[in-house]
Ligand binder design. Structure first.
Ligand code: NI
Length: 391
C-alpha cells in the first residue's frame, strides 16, 4: 500500500498528533466545547488566520484570504465528544468523568488545524479563499443548523467534511457521489386499550396483542413497500407495557428508529408508519398516538465535489481511494449539503494490528491509528491546492 503523506504535513506530524491527544484528554459535550474552541482560536490566531468565535453557539470559523477572485472553499471539522466513560488504557485518556471522544472528532479538529497551518503559509498562491469551520454539537444536537443560522456558509462556494473511519483500514479513503450517510429519525408509539382480568378478555382492548400486530405490520414497510435495491431500516428497539401475568394490559409504549439513504424513502417510511397505525386503530378499536421525531436528513454528496475528493485522495493513497464502508448512521453535515455543493468523505483509521470492526465508533475503548491524522491533513491540503492553485 502506497501512502504519500505530504512532506510538509510529515514535518508537523508530531504537532497534529499532540493536538489530537490534548483534545482527546479534555473532551467536551455538545455546545460545551469551550476549551476546544479556545484551543482552535489560539491556533488560528498564531497562524495569522482571521477567526470568529461564537458561530453556532460554541463554533469557530477561520478565514484564509487568498490571492485572486477564485471560489471560497469551506472545510469542516466537528468538535464534540460523547457521554461515555472511557475504558481504554492510553496516556491521553479522558480526564473528564463520563465524557469521551469516542467518535474521532478530536482527530477531525487536529487534522483541520494541521491543514490550516500548511495552507496559511501558501495563501499567496491560492486563487480563492478557504473557510475553516469548527462545528459544535454534531452528536444529536444539530450544531450545523445553528452555524447556518449564523451565516457560516455565506460567501462559500463548496464545502467538504471529513470523518475518521475505523471501519476502514489506515491508508484508505472512502468517497462516493450521492448518498453517503443515512437519514436517521426516531419514533414513539403509545397504544392505549382497555385493561381487565387475564381470564376474562371479553370487553377489553389488549394493548399487548395490538402491539404484537403493529410490530409485525411495521416490518412490511421495509420488506414490501420500499425498493429492495435501496437500503432502509425500521427498528422497534423498545417495548414497555403490562402489569402481571394475569392482567390484560391497557397500555404499551414502543420506540424505535427509521433510516434511509434518500429523502423519498424516509418520507415513504413515515407515511406508511402513519397509515399502518391508522389501520390498526380501526382494526382493534383503540387509541394509538405516534410521536415521530425527524432527525438528520440523508447526507448526499454532489457528484462533481465527490469526484474532486477522489482525484485528490488518489494522490495521497493511490488505489486506497474508493468506495466507502457504508453504514446507516446519520450526520448533520447533511444540512450544509442542502445549502451548498460539497462532499463528505471517510479517512480509514482502524488501529494498527486490529481488525476494522474491533474498535467501532461510540464504544468505550475507541481509539484510532494516529497515522490516519496525517493522511487526513494531507488530503485537505491536496484538495485545496487542486481546487485553488492553477497548474
Ligand atoms: Ni462522528
Amino acid at each position: 500500500m502506497v501512502i504519500n503523506i505530504r512532506p510538509e504535513i510529515q514535518l508537523i506530524g508530531d504537532t497534529i498528533i499532540s493536538t489530537r491527544r490534548d483534545i482527546h484528554k479534555h473532551p467536551e459535550l455538545s455546545f460545551q466545547e469551550h476549551r476546544t474552541a479556545e484551543l482552535v482560536a489560539t491556533k488560528l490566531s498564531s497562524l495569522g488566520i482571521e477567526f470568529q468565535k461564537g458561530i453556532g453557539k460554541t463554533g469557530v470559523i477561520g478565514d484564509l484570504i487568498g490571492n485572486g477572485d477564485g471560489p471560497t472553499i469551506a472545510l469542516r471539522a466537528d468538535m464534540d465528544a460523547l457521554p461515555i466513560q472511557e475504558t481504554g488504557d492510553v496516556s491521553y485518556k479522558s480526564v473528564n468523568n463520563g465524557i469521551m471522544h469516542a467518535c474521532g472528532h478530536d482527530g477531525h479538529v487536529a487534522m483541520l488545524l494541521g491543514a490550516a497551518e500548511i495552507l496559511s503559509k501558501q495563501k499567496n498562491k491560492l486563487n480563492g479563499n478557504v473557510r475553516f469551520i469548527f462545528q459544535p454539537a454534531e452528536e444529536g444536537e444539530a450544531g450545523a443548523t445553528y452555524m447556518l443560522e449564523d451565516g457560516v456558509l455565506n460567501g462559500v462556494d463548496q464545502i467538504y467534511g471529513v470523518h475518521l473511519w475505523n471501519y476502514q483500514k489506515t491508508g484508505t479513503i472512502g468517497i462516493k457521489p450521492g448518498p453517503i450517510m443515512a437519514a436517521a429519525d426516531e419514533f414513539e408509539i403509545t397504544i392505549t386499550g382497555k385493561g381487565g382480568h387475564g381470564a376474562a378478555p371479553q370487553g377489553t382492548q389488549d394493548a399487548i396483542v395490538i402491539s404484537a400486530h403493529l410490530i409485525q405490520a411495521l416490518q412490511t414497510i421495509v420488506s414490501r413497500n420500499t425498493n429492495p435495491l435501496e437500503s432502509t431500516v425500521v427498528t422497534v428497539g423498545q417495548i414497555n407495557g403490562g402489569y402481571n401475568f394475569n392482567v390484560i394490559a391497557d397500555k404499551v409504549v414502543l420506540s424505535g428508529t427509521t433510516r434511509a439513504y434518500s429523502e423519498e424513502n424516509i418520507q415513504l417510511i413515515k407515511r406508511r408508519l402513519n397509515e399502518i397505525i391508522e389501520g390498526t386503530k380501526k382494526t382493534f378499536n383503540c387509541k394509538i398516538e405516534l410521536n415521530y421525531m425527524d432527525g438528520y436528513p440523508p447526507t448526499i454528496n454532489d457528484d462533481k465535489c465527490a469526484e474532486n475528493v477522489l482525484k485528490s485522495a488518489k494522490k495521497i493513497v493511490g488505489e486506497g481511494a474508493g468506495d466507502p464502508y457504508l453504514s446507516m448512521g446519520g450526520e448533520d453535515f447533511s444540512y450544509f449539503l442542502h445549502k451548498k455543493p460539497g462532499a463528505f468523505f471517510f479517512v480509514g483509521s482502524a488501529p494498527k494490528d486490529l481488525e476494522p470492526m474491533s474498535t467501532p465508533h461510540h464504544c468505550s475503548h475507541f481509539d484510532i491509528d494516529e497515522n490516519a491524522l496525517l493522511i487526513g491533513s494531507s488530503l485537505f491540503v491536496q484538495l485545496i491546492e487542486d481546487l485553488l492553485i492553477k497548474n
